[in-house]
Design a protein around this ligand. Structure first.
Ligand SMILES: Nc1ncnc2c1ncn2[C@@H]1O[C@H](COP(=O)(O)OP(=O)(O)OP(=O)(O)O)[C@@H](O)[C@H]1O
Ligand SMILES: [Mg+2]
Length: 417
């Protein structure tokens, strides 16, 4: 048995990743009295936390991003300052990022099929489009550009759901870490040419980046390659990759044309919206494999990550809650932008007697442990669950069976939320 480490409203489980900016943990909290909510927590490294200008910029960006509510975008719950640390708390996607998935699949000799690739990209583009056209409460366009659309920021759940993460981070980081060229090191691979020139960006930069990701997935090779970062910047600026069909002749001409259009050097020659790009991919799937279902992707994920799924489930079963009666929930720096009904305000580290900020801890621990494995659903006389009454989305048990999707749901965003 392993005790969770508690930070504010959250129980931390294992570290998922460690990067140049943050450590990422899997964690969970409780919503209402019955439902566990899984979260991913990015704990910023100390030198970022000490940089007031950066934190201000990040806060501003996250206030914009907090307007994004879409099935293909990982929701941000908190930018929390607690115990001298800064945490980005977001929806946990029970799966793996696209970069690791592609690598793992290649090692296993079962690369992602072209229709699966088109499907993942179509879903990610749905999320991008939502961000590009998002407006604030007064109807003003937010003009959100992701700026770092890459395979590691596309998360694919084991049930075949696709979500983009890390909106708002690239812009804040850009204001802080600039090299002589005005470009952040290690971030060039999927940049648009205008980004590699350090020019002002609009949403069509993300369209180019999505084209680069699609190129790499379909051909198995990065569109731009060079021996060093400076040459790579020049290659991206030129935007003249080897034609995709030359690298992989199995790519149908229609898909190659989509890639080429998305990656046009001139913004006006690209798809003008992420939705147009996505529609072209859906048409491609229809032609290429009319019987395509999301369950294909779910089965692929479950096959490729079988060992990890088993281990992750086992790890969850062996966890007990840290019951320390601490009530310090810190400060959510984006609370005002999220509004009074924000999901985080319902989060509590203990499943019993959760009344928002005033949670008593330690009363019904045995129940809590049971809930951790399989959240209990209590139905009221109206037949609705507590969380449904509050308009909250039910936390699904891990690895809920993937729903069968018909052709209609292929083109319409999933029905949740
Ligand atoms: N919301 C989430 N749910 C589940 N896993 C996540 C989530 N966010 C991130 N991860 C995992 O953590 C990994 C590291 O994320 P992080 O954003 O720190 O680095 P990166 O995506 O590899 O690089 P960058 O975002 O700087 O391009 C991701 O690749 C993904 O596997
Ligand atoms: Mg990331």
């Amino acid at each position: 048995m392993r005790k969770t480490k508690r930070v504010g409203r959250y129980h931390l489980l294992e570290r998922i990743a460690y990067g140049g900016m943050a450590e990422i943990f899997r964690g969970f909290t409780y919503e209402d009295e019955q439902f566990r909510r899984d979260v991913a927590i990015k704990k910023l490294l100390p030198h970022f936390v000490e940089d007031k200008q950066f934190i201000d910029m990040l806060t501003d960006e996250f206030k914009l991003v907090s307007h994004l509510k879409h099935p293909n975008i990982a929701e941000v719950y908190e930018l929390a300052r607690i115990d001298g640390e800064l945490l980005i708390v977001m929806e946990y996607v029970d799966g793996k990022d696209l970069r690791s998935t592609v690598e793992k699949a290649r090692l296993q000799g079962v690369p992602l099929a072209l229709d699966d690739i088109a499907f993942v990209m179509a879903r990610a583009l749905d999320g991008l489009h939502h961000a590009h056209v998002a407006r604030d409460a007064r109807g003003e366009p937010l003009r959100i550009v992701h700026r770092d659309f890459s395979p590691s920021n596309v998360l694919v759940a084991y049930d075949g759901t696709v979500k983009i993460c890390d909106f708002g981070i690239a812009k804040a980081t850009h204001s802080r870490v600039q090299t002589k060229t005005g470009i952040i090191k290690g971030k060039v691979k999927y940049m648009s040419p205008e980004q590699a020139f350090g020019r002002k960006l609009d949403w069509r930069s993300d369209i180019f980046s999505a084209g680069s990701v699609l190129y790499e997935l379909a051909t198995g090779a990065a569109p731009f390659q060079a021996a060093n970062e400076v040459d790579l910047i020049f290659a991206v600026r030129d935007a003249a990759p080897r034609p995709a069909r030359e690298v992989n002749p199995a790519i149908p001409p229609r898909l190659a044309a989509i890639i080429e259009k998305a990656m046009a050097r001139s913004r006006s020659a690209r798809f003008q919206t992420a939705k147009d790009f996505r529609d072209a991919l859906i048409e491609f799937i229809r032609e290429h494999n009319p019987a395509y279902r999301r369950t294909r992707l779910a089965r692929f994920m479950k096959r490729v990550w079988a060992v990890e799924i088993e281990n992750e489930l086992r790890a969850l079963e062996n966890v007990v809650l840290d019951e320390a009666p601490r009530r310090d929930y810190g400060q959510n720096l984006i609370a005002d932008a999220l509004g009074p009904d924000a999901a985080f305000s319902r989060f509590s580290p203990n499943p019993t007697r959760s009344t928002g900020r005033q949670t008593e801890v330690g009363a019904d621990v045995h129940e809590a442990r049971t809930e951790l494995v399989e959240p209990r659903v209590s139905r009221t006389s109206s037949g609705r669950t507590a969380s449904e009454r509050h308009g909250a989305r039910r936390t699904l048990p891990l690895h809920a069976p993937a729903e069968l999707h018909d052709e209609k749901t292929l083109v319409v965003p999933p029905r949740e939320r």
